[in-house]
Design a protein around this ligand. Structure first.
Ligand SMILES: *Cc1c(COP(=O)(O)O)cnc(C)c1O
Length: 362
């Protein structure tokens, strides 16, 4: 593996107790950085002390959101081994997002190595309590100071790490979701398939509205007809109808979740029928009413699997599975958690062990 130059932090912070961890509020001692300039390409990969960025007020990312990111996790196994879940996939997706935002492609292998090198250096920050993890946030921003609308000529790639608490400290908890009749997340031909800042800005208003009505997440419908299911918050959506798992296809306006792919792969391994096809909200409501919709869940890195207990649509509230958790939902969750913490079989080699750096005490 490539050894990157490291500038060490003058003093090290004390990680907070595992039981106090939430999401994305605490950061480790170091960050990975790499610079791009047109004519030179990507250069100077390095690890530096975690520090604020100094940006000219005209820096284009602050005005036009030429930015992409990704999100993945490292886990401390019961055996003490630290594993990163599917880093190759996340590196590839980062490049896919870059392409849509006119950001010069990164070397995907180097991106993957940047995760390993930084997590290896910061291994004391990987929490131990069951359900906790070290969240990895690779980000690319346009750094050129200019106000014209065109792709920038300079960029910064950086990776920061944040120890995060268990998503379900008291066990899996079904969420209530609201299908939005008015707001959309992305349109065909737009940015929906990229993990880019603008998509999340677009989601804030509808999410606030849903919270005021007592729902946890927004179920987005398609932008053209407001009929077809797209995604739920920052998760992909799936459900089991008449014994078949159905999920919307990757048709350009939804994000290709790594958890989505992992779940679909496991279901196929288990011989469970999967359909990636357009699903209308009317079909879902009718299937719930007829008792044919057995389970519904969201998939994403943060929660892995998030059972849906209630669906709001046009002022009505439809309760799913008596508001409880389905057997397949539970089985999928357990299988993926087992892979991540090294306690169960990993038939596809998704969990990649992080090598201890020779110079760093564990
Ligand atoms: C990140 C994200 C997902 C889930 O992707 P994972 O790779 O499974 O974490 C789904 N939808 C949106 C909009 C996202 O941003």
């Amino acid at each position: 593996m490539t050894a990157f130059p490291i500038t060490r932090a003058a003093s090290l912070k004390a990680p907070p107790p595992d039981s106090s961890l939430k999401f994305g509020t605490v950061f480790t001692d170091h960050m990975f950085m790499m610079t791009y300039e047109s004519g030179r390409g990507w250069f100077d990969p390095r690890i530096e002390p975690y520090h604020p960025l100094s940006l000219d007020p005209a820096t284009c990312v602050l005005h036009y959101a030429q930015a992409v990111f990704d999100g993945l996790k490292a886990f401390r196994g019961a055996d003490g081994v630290i594993r990163i879940f599917r880093p190759d996939r996340h590196a590839r997706r980062l490049n896919h997002s870059c392409e849509r935002l006119c950001i010069p492609a990164l070397d995907a292998a180097l991106v993957e190595q940047s995760f390993h090198a930084l997590v290896g250096l910061e291994r004391r920050w990987v929490p131990k309590l069951p359900g906790t993890a070290l969240y990895i946030r690779p980000t690319v921003i346009a750094t050129e100071p200019f106000l014209g609308v065109r792709p920038a000529e300079s960029y910064l790639y950086y990776v920061i790490l944040s120890p995060v608490g268990a998503y379900y400290p008291e066990g899996m908890n079904p969420v209530k979701i609201l299908a939005s009749e008015r707001h959309v997340r992305a349109l065909p031909g737009g940015l929906g398939a990229a993990k880019t800042a603008a998509n999340y800005a677009a989601s804030l208003y509808p999410a606030e509205e849903a919270h005021h009505l007592g729902f946890t997440q927004v179920l987005y419908l398609d932008g053209a007809e407001h009929r077809f299911l797209e995604e739920v918050g920052t998760m992909n959506i799936m459900m089991k109808i008449d014994g078949v798992v159905v999920t919307p296809p990757l048709a350009g306006s939804i994000l290709a979740g790594v958890t989505r792919d992992s779940v679909l792969t496991l279901l196929k391994d288990w011989g469970i029928k999967v359909e990636e096809r357009p699903i209308t909200i009317d079909e879902v409501v009718a299937a719930i009413a007829a008792g044919r919709l057995e389970e519904m869940w969201g998939t994403g890195t943060a929660a892995v699997i998030s059972p849906v207990g209630e669906l709001g649509y046009k002022g009505a509230r439809h309760v799913i599975q008596g508001g409880g958790i389905g057997a397949l939902t539970e089985r999928l969750y357990d299988a993926i958690i087992g892979i991540q913490y090294g306690t169960g079989p990993d038939p596809h080699g998704w969990a990649r062990p992080v090598a201890a750096p020779v110079t760093e005490p564990a």
